[in-house]
Design a protein around this ligand. Structure first.
Ligand SMILES: [Fe+2]
Ligand SMILES: [Fe+2]
Length: 294
């Protein structure tokens, strides 16, 4: 367990003969649900590290990832987007993997320069946009924008050999505890969590026309993925992918997710105070948002 954050590593999950998911579970015990923070490794003729995890668990992430693949063998580092839970160990990966090419985009590079400055090696990069393909020796990898995302730079990655689609932040769901199969969950719990998580990622979904959004979902379906892996949820397999696509089609009809407000924050702070010192008197409630605004 990380000393500062409630996040722990789960056993890496092999989702296809050459494909692994490096899994961490965050927030366990703090509330009714926890969230996966995953990345992936594709072995094969030209191994790929898919996303680079958060910096907060760097040592264990590097150790776990490089227990699956020898860094000297890595030929590609694919960034799905530039959020910090996907780029936290990027420089360390590039240092450890001297023969790897960084697969990113121009806009991602621009956005990452605020943190990494000139440390990112342009001569080791390939800029790959939605629909572009990478020849990785024994398989072709296709950049495919997922149906929900929280960064404009996002492209998932479809492996044409294993038929695994890395959906980046999309198509995940919160979990009550560590699981590897959504069949372990009550279907209503999964449905609510899946929809809620997509709405959080893409609060503009109800600005979209359902007909046009159907086309987005159709494109994902037409990949013919056998497994969909997500940075923030359990892997989906077979008919579960079809169920997820049916839920995706509901998204344009739904209002944005309800976000936690001041009352929720007060409750969390009170819980933390009580946990730290059970004898402490209850803290006075914070002023309501309306009072502050006035
Ligand atoms: Fe993200
Ligand atoms: Fe993420």
């Amino acid at each position: 367990m990380n000393q500062e954050l409630p996040i722990r590593f789960c056993e890496p999950e092999q989702v296809a003969p050459d494909t692994w998911v490096v899994r961490q579970l965050a927030g366990e015990g703090l509330g009714p649900v926890a969230t996966y923070v995953n990345s992936s490794v594709i072995l094969g003729a030209e191994p790929v590290v898919v996303d680079c995890g958060p910096a907060v668990t760097r040592d264990e992430w590097l150790e776990t990832t490089f227990s699956i693949v020898d860094p000297a063998d890595v030929r590609w580092v694919y960034l799905s987007h530039d959020d910090v839970d996907h780029t936290g160990n990027l420089l360390q990966v590039l240092d450890a993997c001297p023969d790897a090419t960084l697969v990113t985009t121009a806009f991602m590079m621009e956005r990452m320069s605020a943190e990494f400055g000139m440390a990112l090696p342009l001569h080791r990069m390939r800029w790959v946009n939605d629909g572009d393909r990478i020849d990785a020796g024994d398989r072709e990898l296709v950049a495919v924008t997922p149906p929900t995302f929280d960064s404009p730079t996002t492209r998932g990655l479809f492996d044409t050999r294993s038929r695994v689609y890395w959906a980046s932040d999309a198509m995940g769901s919160p979990v009550p505890h560590e699981i590897t199969d959504i069949a372990e969950l009550d279907p209503g719990f999964w449905r609510e969590g899946f929809l809620g998580q997509q709405l959080l990622l893409s609060p503009w979904l109800n600005w979209t026309s359902p007909e046009r959004y159907d086309g987005v979902v159709d494109r994902i379906r037409s990949l013919g993925a056998e497994v969909v892996t997500s940075a923030h949820g359990p892997a989906l397999r077979g008919s579960q992918i079809e169920s997820a696509c049916r839920l995706l089609r509901e998204l344009p009809y739904l209002p944005p997710a309800r976000l936690p407000g001041q009352m929720d924050l007060d409750a969390v702070v009170a819980m933390l105070v009580a946990a730290a010192d059970p004898a402490a008197p209850a803290a006075p409630a914070a002023p309501a948002v309306e009072e502050v605004a006035a």
